[in-house]
Design a protein around this ligand. Sequence first.
Ligand code: HEC
Ligand code: HEC
Ligand code: HEC
Ligand code: HEC
Length: 415
Amino acid sequence: MNCQAVGIAPQDLGGGLPLLKQIQEKQHINWVSMNLVDLKSKNPVFSPLVKTHVGSTQIAILGLTDDQQNPGPRKTYALLSWQDTLPQYVAEVAKESDMVLLLSSYPKSVNREIAQSVDGIDLILESSRHPSGNMNPLKIKNTLLAHVETRGKYLGMMRIHWTDTGKWGLDLARQIRKKQNKLDRIKWQIGRMEKNKQTAELKDNPLYLKLLTDRETFQKEILVLQKEKAAGISDPCSFSNQFIGLRSSMPDDKEVQAIIDHTTREVNSLNKKRKHSSVDRQPSALKKLAGSQVCEECHSLQTAFWQKTQHVRAWQTLVQDDQQFNEDCLVCHVTLPYYDLARVKKEQLLVHLPEKLQDVGCESCHGIAAAHAKNPESTHLDPPNEATCLQCHTQEHDDNFIYTEKVEKIRCPKG
Ligand code: HEC
Ligand code: HEC
Ligand code: HEC
Ligand code: HEC
């Protein structure tokens, strides 16, 4: 593949160091990890970093391996923490490099912390463990955080325009657009409240008053940004980012497909056994989700409509495929508690979701709503938008997703 540097994730260590060394020799892969060290000498087993250049721009590529995951028995090597390794290496290369790039297999939360606390890294490429969706790069201080989905299902392509300033531009147009979207949402909520209630009543409504102040704040902030944009800033670094999906219409490799089918069946049957052998748990991680039945009492019209959509059959679809215990499938075919996903995975709750959360329910689109169902007057829900759908309608599972068309098929009726 002619890669200049390849990071090492904990799962790459599953087959042991000898296998990695063998791959390095046979396929000329250049593994980089600064914190994967020999147990005795404490020296890095592979290169800690690679120095390269594009034109006259000097680039340093550093590698970090997540030391918190369990990569099996460690007889010959140790994994040091990023705190003990990264700051020194960055300080060392930052002086002589125009650009510093970090390949990290730590989870997003740790990479954010790195970006916050270690100055001098321009770009972190992380291996994502998010179950669904490619997220756009995130800028923290002067570090850009970027990733693509797992298992090579996507190719991430980033074009970088690097200038002497060494500072990422603010991308004012995008910021303005984001704020404008928020403003539109606030205006929508205000309009809704004004339509439903008497003006006298709204005068003392704290939520209404907050929305009015928010509207003013956002309008002011947008004006400031628009002025800045008009004034222009001197040549900052910029990038464009793209995800290229493996389309489902691409032919499968028969041999690989057979291995995948076999593994999928195994995983499903192992989870099935686990489910049957486990005692009924009280999943407190799910408390914030009400489940679709609760909504019917007050929204019978919308519930009746939803019951005619395909979303209501999403779990049954997996049952028909005998895949209802496969966590890889469940993430998009149920109502997922996104707010506590780490816990849900850790406690293996996906397989144990109560019946009311099986299927793509109201809260998949309208967000967590147990609080709203208890007290609808004081908790409002933001309307769903395209990003809501794209959590599940990824290119890989739906290469025909056109928001404006599909939303008409599922938009709940008014009233
Ligand atoms: C006890 C009655 C009640 C229950 C139960 C209830 N709602 Fe509501 N819901 C309301 C009322 C009343 C409004 C209108 C609020 C307003 O406009 O001020 C509303 C508004 C909404 C809206 C419009 C957006 C908004 O916030 O104004 C959505 C979407 C919604 N509810 C979804 C749900 C979902 C999903 C559930 C189930 C998890 C649910 N509701 C349960 C009473 C209820
Ligand atoms: C939690 C995941 C999830 C979310 C969020 C989601 N969908 Fe779906 N959607 C599915 C699944 C799974 C199916 C297939 C259900 C089946 O047939 O078993 C589906 C089916 C559909 C279908 C019918 C099949 C088709 O493609 O024509 C439409 C239309 C649709 N979704 C539109 C939307 C829109 C619009 C949104 C956002 C407002 C959305 N969905 C949000 C998972 C989701
Ligand atoms: C990233 C989200 C996601 C994951 C993960 C996912 N699905 Fe789906 N699935 C969807 C969406 C969205 C649709 C609706 C697509 C459409 O109809 O256009 C769908 C539709 C389906 C359908 C009905 C339509 C068809 O293509 O025949 C089946 C069957 C299905 N999925 C099975 C599975 C199985 C089995 C797995 C696990 C191996 C899985 N899905 C994992 C999102 C997902
Ligand atoms: C696939 C996504 C999706 C699912 C699932 C879904 N809705 Fe909606 N719902 C929408 C969209 C889109 C709108 C329109 C929002 C707008 O006007 O911007 C909407 C609007 C609403 C509204 C506001 C209607 C009005 O008066 O304007 C309510 C209430 C509502 N939904 C309740 C529910 C309930 C209850 C369920 C489950 C039984 C549910 N929704 C399931 C997408 C969904």
